[in-house]
Write a protein that binds this ligand. Sequence first.
Ligand SMILES: N[C@@H](CCC(=O)N[C@@H](CS)C(=O)NCC(=O)O)C(=O)O
Length: 225
Amino acid sequence: MIRVHHLENSRSQRVLWLLEELGTPYEVIEYQRDPQTLRAPESLKVIHPLGKSPVISDDSRDGRVVAESGAIFEYLLDHHDPDARLRPSPGGVAYERFRFWLHHAEGTAMPPLVMRLVFSRLAKPPVPTLIRPLGRLFAKGVEQKFLGPEIRSLKKYWEAELAIAEWFAGECFSAADIQMSFPVLALEGRGGLEGYPKLQSFLDRCRKRDGYRRAVEQGGEFEIS
Ligand SMILES: N[C@@H](CCC(=O)N[C@@H](CS)C(=O)NCC(=O)O)C(=O)O
C-alpha cells in the first residue's frame, strides 16, 4: 500500500491524481497548514527531514520513503505502471519530451510562482504594520522588473507548446500533464490565464478526467487565494 502524506491545498494533490490514473490503491494521511504561516506541521518532519509535501511511503518496497514530486512520479511510474500507460517508452524523442515537462514543472515553472507568493506577503501580517509600505514597494519592483516578465514568458511558451499538441508531452495525456497542472492551476487564480486559451482548455480537459475528480474527492480542490 502506498501512503501519501498529503498537505492540504498543495502540490501533493498531483500525487493523488497520478495514483488515481494508475489505479494503484493508496491511503491519504492528511496534514493541515499553520493558518498564520501556511507552513506544514512539524509532524511531517517525522516522515522526511525536510517536512515538505508530497512525500510517500511504499509498504510493498520495505516502507521506502520518497520525497520530491518529480522523483515520486518517476518512482510510481517505475514500480506501479507496468503497462507504461502514463509515459512514452524510454529511449525516443517522445520520452525526452515527456521528461522535460516532468522536470520543467518544479525546476523552472514553480520557482517564480513561489517567489511571487512570498513577495506578495511582504505587505501583510505578520510583517509589522510600519514596514509594510516598504515591503509593498519592494514587492512591486521585483514584480515589474523580474517576476512579471519571467512568468509572462513561461505562459507564452506553454501556450505555444499546447498549440502544437493537445497535451504537454504530445497527443496523449501523460503523467507530465499531471505534473504541469500545478503551475497552471496556480496561475489560474487572479485572472492569470486571461489571454491564454490553450492553457485554459488544458485545465478544462484535466478537470474532466475521472482520475482528477476522484483525487479532488480524496484530497480537496487546489485553491489559490
Ligand atoms: N519541489 C518540491 C516542493 C515541495 C514543497 O515546497 N511543498 C510545499 C507544499 S506545496 C510544502 O510542503 N510547504 C510547506 C512548508 O514548506 O512548510 C516538490 O515538488 O515536492
